[in-house]
Design a protein around this ligand. Structure first.
Ligand SMILES: O=P(O)(O)OC[C@H]1O[C@H](OP(=O)(O)OP(=O)(O)O)[C@H](O)[C@@H]1O
Ligand SMILES: O=c1cc[nH]c(=O)[nH]1
Ligand SMILES: [Mg+2]
Length: 211
């Protein structure tokens, strides 16, 4: 079973109130998604390997540590875009690889519509960014694509993950690590997370539902 880390932090609890509240305006929603992305990002990078280096300060040599492996950020369009800039602040040298998926409204199955990953050149570690993990179908499609590309270490960063989606990823990908701000118990008939926050993509981009 893959490892699940649910972050335990009062700031995460606080900002989750903002994203869940249906009265939160778009700009505040986006900002809170960004703050939660940073918090999840700190947990998801806590054990990244480092290597020793010597830096010359203005005073003397200093023994330092720097990240040892290339990191790729993989936002799932659209909603994952809301987590990119905050993660780039934490990982300024990361490459960013976009994958476009939407869920079919009747079946909730993911449909791919954007994939420009090159042949070869996969980063050693990929951080998959999507605020919502519902059935797990979208993340599963992305994990399969990243594995076929050659990514060795895959970590999924979500803000709200539903238990059925977590169970699916843990069952199908025991080597993939999950980092989430919180876990919700169930999905409704339309496969939306309950209580969730509604449609993350629409709330980040201020679009009406079903566009
Ligand atoms: O776990 P799943 O059941 O696959 O659901 C989660 C997916 O659904 C949402 O995307 P959506 O299809 O709404 O696209 P959008 O980001 O463009 O709004 C969300 O951002 C995830 O990508
Ligand atoms: O609750 C959900 C489920 C999928 N995608 C969302 O944006 N919200
Ligand atoms: Mg959406």
């Amino acid at each position: 079973m893959s490892q699940l880390t649910k972050i335990d932090h009062p700031l995460a609890a606080h900002h989750l109130c903002t994203v869940r509240d249906k009265a939160t305006p778009c700009s505040e929603f986006r900002a809170a998604v960004g703050r939660l992305a940073v918090l999840v990002g700190v947990y998801a990078t806590a054990d990244l390997p480092t290597r020793s280096t010597v830096i010359q300060t203005p005073i003397a040599d200093a023994n330092c540590q720097q990240l040892a492996s290339p990191i790729g950020l993989v936002p799932i369009l659209r909603a994952g875009l809301g987590m990119v800039a905050p993660l780039q602040d934490l990982l300024p040298d990361a490459t960013v690889w976009h994958l476009g998926l939407y869920r079919n409204e009747e079946t909730a199955e993911p449909v791919g519509y954007y994939d420009k990953l090159p042949d070869g050149g996969a980063p050693h570690t990929a951080l998959v960014l999507d605020p919502m993990l519902a059935t797990g179908g979208s993340v599963e499609m992305v994990i399969r694509r990243l594995k076929s590309w050659g990514v060795a270490e895959i970590r999924v960063l979500s803000i709200i993950a539903a238990q059925p989606g977590i169970d699916r990823v843990q069952r199908d990908f025991p080597d993939v690590k999950l980092y989430v701000a919180t876990v919700d118990p169930e999905l409704n008939e339309q496969s939306f997370i309950v209580p969730g926050l509604g449609d993350a993509g629409d709330r980040i981009f201020n679009t009406p539902p079903h566009e």
